[in-house]
Design a protein around this ligand. Structure first.
Ligand SMILES: [Zn+2]
Length: 322
């Protein structure tokens, strides 16, 4: 197959602009001005991004299959109890798809790279909304999600000035809502004892999901293993690939845990949980998708029409439109 595709040259870290540098990754960079076709073809060539794309593109189809199964087999549209699961599964399809697209097209230009990751972070924020279920009011949910979006997008801007600060802020942007949202779950799993506690088979699946969530955060924050041996894991085994795999496995366990709880706790939840309405499930998600797209446009337009291109080879002040 490779004989049919003209393999593009890959570059070292010293041959691409700073905006494209990845911590402790020395080689395997695609051309920083790749065409869209080159980006797609590069998925069939081993570069330092190839597995980043496939580790999220393939799971997208798995979650899409789960979503279709729930939609078609369980008459979910008429059963409000399954709406939070539908929203969650939809977000599980969107975030890996957005991520794989971002990794695919991020080398078209510096500007494209930033816009690609705006969509990636927007999709992650939708996922963080999807997993909140119906614990919050619509307003809480929207505020929480857009705090994430604003912070993530702002962080992309500061990346050029202070990559380290940008990294810390990005970790906080996702770690803080994750920890805050999961306080009830952590209490249930690790602190609650005796009468009134929920202790069922879903607990062990929640523990698996929690472990993978922490492992995902650890890999993102530490850049291990490539930080220990820069250049050794450029193509296979670097932290971002492992981060993707752990995120997907964690999401899989999370989905299984939610499905288990829905079966095991249905009677209890129908009595004690806030009522499930179109507004606090599907409606909130649709509003969030629209607001997220608006915010992404707001941040992208200055990049597209302003003087923000940072390619060292290009003149300062050149527009980011190519
Ligand atoms: Zn990624």
């Amino acid at each position: 197959m490779f004989s049919l595709i003209k393999l593009r040259r890959v570059f070292t870290v010293h041959q691409v602009p700073k905006a494209f540098h990845e911590d402790s990754i020395i080689s395997g960079y695609r051309h920083p001005r790749s065409s869209a076709t080159d980006c797609v073809l590069s998925l069939f060539q081993l570069t330092n991004e190839t597995l980043n794309v496939w580790t999220h593109f393939l799971p997208t189809w798995y979650f899409l299959w789960k979503l279709m199964t729930v939609l078609l087999m369980e008459d979910a549209l008429y059963d409000a109890f399954t709406w939070p699961l539908l929203v969650f599964l939809f977000s599980c399809c969107v975030y890996p798809l957005a991520s794989s697209c971002a990794h695919t097209f991020s080398t078209m230009s510096t500007c494209a790279r930033h816009i690609c990751y705006f969509f990636d972070y927007g999709a992650l924020s939708l996922y963080s909304l999807g997993k909140r279920g119906t614990h919050s009011t619509e307003t809480d949910v929207i505020i929480n999600e857009h705090k994430n979006v604003f912070l993530s997008l702002s962080v992309r801007f500061s990346e050029r000035q202070s990559p380290r600060l940008s990294k810390v802020l990005r970790i906080l942007a996702f770690a803080y809502p994750y920890l805050f949202d999961n306080i009830p779950l952590f209490y249930r799993l690790f602190l609650c004892v005796g009468e009134g506690c929920t202790d069922n088979e879903a607990n062990s699946i929640h523990v698996h999901h929690t472990l993978f969530a922490f492992l995902t955060g650890f890999l993102f924050a530490t850049h291990l293993p490539e930080r220990l041996a820069p250049g050794r894991f450029d193509y296979i085994g670097h932290s971002h690939q492992l981060f993707h795999v752990c995120a997907i496995i964690g999401t899989h366990f999370q989905m299984k845990a939610i499905e288990s709880d829905m079966v095991l706790r249905q009677s209890q939840l129908l009595v004690t949980a806030p009522p499930i309405t179109f507004n606090n499930t599907v409606g909130s998600s649709l509003v969030c998708v629209c607001i997220s797209l608006g915010i992404i446009c707001l941040y992208s337009l200055p990049l597209l029409y302003g003087s923000s291109e940072t390619h060292p080879a290009s003149a300062k002040g050149k527009k980011c439109k190519h």
